[in-house]
Design a protein. Structure first.
Ligand code: ACO
Length: 425
């Protein structure tokens, strides 16, 4: 395979190195293109721009493949625990039982959150969105730990553990604090997922999480744990590339995730399904609205920048959805609407031609709701799942000593003109 590509423009030729990934993906290294030729590249929305080389997650959007550190997502979702997946993403290999116990002990030793931080909750109105609360609390952690930016191996590990150990508590504050409920304290003797449920739902010391709910949540957290250079992960890397500390970088990632075109879609999907139900359940009306270019409506939970085939996570979540609802004895009328929408879209030329399939957010909200999670907490659940991915991406960027992220632009504004005094305009 040639290791150079040639770009021709007028009578000039420019050689560009070809980079080949371990899965034989091909990239043109254009880092010297401007020096050689004066050209920059233009790619709005970074639709075809590789921002980094990464060894964390592989996905093939055409084939619907997703692997963390080489392990297929379906195997991890079926056989692994979320803590094991956190370890895998952070350190690159599945832990031995000794490594896992040591890792869990480190997390357990760092669950405590500065009590003063809870005072911030008083500053939020009761109807504040929980994503606003957790992004603020996350960046506030830098006032206590790691603001100075110790980027040594030990320093990076320390802040990673701090954030992983503390975000469950901060998230539970967003749920319980805004609702005026007593704040719960983390129970380090529980596994990560059971502790999360206990922080969210325990009203007294007798609380025991339902094993069906623990297992369902474990699967959802694993499915959300990383997704290579998506909007929020790229944000974390971009902010971190200025050597901002981990808490500030992840807080920015939480904000990026919040948007309805990204992780905020899980809340939007359930609200859309409820609206369709309230409107009489006419799914075709909404399929037609989504196709109408004069209507701003989009079918939320459908479409993906990278997947042009089934999102493998959506397949797993759809199967889990039926299973979990039946185990919990929950009958949710919007599940039927979701299935009808999916069926209609998958048989409609508009969606087929554009390769629009259900994404990870299409069915996840129905499960979260069955688990007792309020709708405005759905994107927080996504953030909790994605946290190890963000941290691993930030860690990889720091370890690789990547330069500050700073795209270029093609300027299309006014040419030079002289300042005109205000009275003369
Ligand atoms: N409903 C209707 N039409 C859609 C949808 C949708 N959900 N998604 C894409 N399209 C159409 C676009 O209108 C466009 O049509 P055109 O070619 O006629 O102009 C075409 O499909 C391509 O769509 P783009 O917006 O250009 O694709 P892009 O890669 O920029 O966007 C995105 C991907 C943001 C996910 C988009 O599909 C979308 O808005 N989906 C709904 C929101 C959603 O579910 N987001 C969660 C994504 S998963 C995640 O982030 C965790």
């Amino acid at each position: 395979m040639a290791n150079q590509a040639t770009l021709k423009y007028n009578d000039q030729s420019y050689e560009l190195p070809v980079v080949v990934g371990t899965e034989n993906e091909l990239a043109l290294d254009i880092s010297t293109l401007r020096d050689k030729s004066g050209f920059i590249t233009l790619d709005s929305g970074y639709k075809n721009t590789g921002a980094t080389k990464s060894a964390i997650t592989f996905l093939d959007g055409e084939l619907g493949v997703l692997r963390y550190r080489g392990y297929p997502i379906d195997q991890l979702a079926e056989k692994s625990t979320f803590t094991e997946v956190i370890y895998l993403l952070l350190y690159g290999s599945l832990p031995t039982s000794t490594e896992l116990s040591a890792f869990e002990a480190k997390l357990a030793a760092n669950v405590e959150v500065p009590a003063q931080l809870a005072k911030m909750l008083d500053a939020f109105p009761a109807d504040a969105h929980p994503m606003a609360v957790i992004s603020s609390l996350t960046t506030s952690l830098s006032a206590y730990y790691g603001a100075e930016g110790d980027f040594s191996k030990e320093g990076v590990d320390k802040v990673a553990i701090q954030l992983l150990a503390k975000l469950p508590t901060l998230s539970s504050w967003a749920l319980r604090g805004l609702a005026g409920k007593q704040l719960n304290v983390a129970n380090p003797s529980l596994d990560y997922t059971s502790n999360l449920l206990s922080l969210f739902f325990a009203e007294d010391s007798n609380y025991k999480p339902d094993p069906t709910i623990v297992q369902a949540l474990n699967t959802l957290l694993i499915l959300h744990a990383d997704h290579e250079q998506n909007c929020s992960a790229s944000t974390v890397r971009m902010v971190g590339s200025s050597r901002a500390n981990l808490f500030a970088s992840v807080s920015a990632g939480i904000s990026a995730l919040w948007g309805p075109l990204h992780g905020g879609a899980n809340q939007e999907v359930i609200e859309m399904l409820e609206a369709i139900k309230a409107d009489g359940g006419d799914t075709m009306k909404y399929i037609n609205k989504a196709k109408d270019k004069n209507d701003g409506f989009r079918l939320m939970g459908f479409g993906h920048r990278v997947y042009k085939n089934f999102d493998p996570r959506a397949r797993i979540i759809k199967a889990a959805c039926d299973n979990i609802l039946s185990k919990l004895g929950v009958s949710d009328p919007v599940l039927k609407i979701a299935k009808e929408l999916e069926e209609a879209a998958l048989n409609d030329p508009y969606f087929v031609e554009r390769k629009l399939y259900p994404n990870v957010d299409f069915y996840s909200g129905i499960i979260y709701r069955a688990l007792g999670i309020p709708v405005n907490m759905f994107t927080v659940m996504f953030a909790l799942g994605r946290l190890p991915g963000w941290i691993s991406q930030w860690k990889e960027m720091i370890e690789g000593k990547e330069p500050i992220g700073r795209p270029r632009q093609v300027y299309v504004g006014a040419l030079e003109r002289d300042y005109v005094a205000i009275g003369d305009r």
